[in-house]
Design a protein around this ligand. Structure first.
Ligand code: MRU
Length: 350
């Protein structure tokens, strides 16, 4: 099952409700663009490529909701919805990328008003299908870096759930596993939302890949034992110089890996590269509610003092020097990243 899909029969958007996992595999339904905005904000769906595709379908729903009877009115309604979708989550650039691509397609539309809504839905569907194709390409390239017997530390959730299907970094691990390589994954639990222990561990269970969950602050210990061969994670926005914004905790993990001479690989589609940003310091970091940090209960008792304050940046930026290689659908990219990432965009619009 795809993480997100259009239900043709019911004419509605459906997605796996990631808040319910691992306990329950439940679907969440969106019939309006407002539903989609709630789903992205509340992290019913999360993961950079998945929220991009979700936003594209949000625009398709906005088109269906529009009461306008002519193209200009529909375009005005769509622009309002596009801006609302755009501001749901600021760090992952795939959201903006998908909405911008949709805008270009819509602006270039030459057909009749009657066919315009189904055209927009078709374009969202194309983005969803493209995501799966790109993930499989990345998985193939990335799997060449994985050796039989590798132990890998993986951060956050980068699997099928973070995309439409298959995944980025976890897609690489899955592909290597399907090639017959024996792999063990140390799954960072990924505080505070626990994307690792709730989602990545659940996915690894489905694929039959060996894993153990570790607390984020144990990664340094394991990296120092000499028994970890690689660190893998995805990316939410990559600056033109190769600095990588990814789930909070990635920077500390990459630092510890670098100190212990363990290769660090970031896996992402080229739509995650923001070639307009010179370096990672320019990336906006989403700060989420402090409740995600504070509302922790152990045996029914709150584990933080009443009235305590918390900080909750959802992402951090890992400087390019700590990334050994980047895996994209166009191949594996090595330093110097400023040069080699810009080559990917030569002669083609982003
Ligand atoms: O806050 P989330 O769960 O949307 O963050 C997701 C991540 O940081 C992933 O690691 C990232 O999207 C890259 S993998 C698709």
């Amino acid at each position: 099952m795809r993480t997100i899909f259009w239900n043709n029969e019911k004419q509605q958007l459906e997605m796996i409700d990631q808040r319910r996992l691992p306990g329950m595999l439940a679907l969440y339904t969106c019939t309006t663009c407002e539903d989609v905005i709630v789903a992205i904000n509340a992290m019913v769906i999360r993961g950079a490529p998945a929220i991009g595709v979700c936003a594209a379908f949000g625009l398709a729903l906005a088109a269906q909701q529009s009461k306008s009877y002519e193209i200009n009115g529909l375009l005005t309604d769509l622009e309002k919805s596009r801006l609302a979708l755009y501001s749901t989550r600021p760090t992952a650039v795939n959201l903006a990328w998908a909405l911008n691509r949709m805008k270009v397609e819509i602006n270039n539309y030459q057909g009749t008003f009657e066919k315009m809504k189904s055209f927009i839905l078709g374009k969202a569907q194309e983005l969803a299908d493209l995501d799966v194709i790109l993930n499989k390409q990345m998985a193939r390239f990335g799997a060449d870096l994985i050796k039989d017997g590798d132990t890998i530390i993986h951060h956050c959730n980068t699997g099928a759930l973070a995309t439409v299907d298959w995944g980025t970094a976890l897609g690489v691990i899955r592909f290597a596993h399907e090639q017959g390589k024996n792999i063990h994954v140390l799954v960072d639990e990924t505080r505070p939302r626990l994307q690792g222990s709730r989602l990545t561990a659940w996915e690894l269970d489905q694929y039959g890949i060996s894993y153990e969950i570790i607390c984020d602050n144990m990664a340094g210990y394991f990296l120092k034992t000499g028994k970890v061969n690689k660190v893998l994670f995805g990316a939410d926005r990559v600056a033109a110089n190769g600095d990588v914004a990814n789930k909070i905790g990635t920077y500390m993990l990459a630092l510890a890996a670098h100190e212990n001479n363990i290769p660090v690989y970031s896996v992402f589609p080229t739509s995650t590269i923001d070639i307009t940003l010179e370096n990672g310091e320019l990336i906006t970091i989403e700060e989420r509610s402090q409740d995600e940090v504070l509302e922790i209960y152990i045996n029914g008792d709150k584990a933080t003092p009443e009235g305590a304050q918390a900080r909750n940046p959802a992402f951090d930026v890992t400087p390019n020097k700590y990334i050994s290689a980047m895996v994209t659908e166009k191949g594996v990219i090595y330093p110097p990243y400023d040069l080699n990432l810009s080559k990917l965009f030569e002669n083609q619009p982003h």
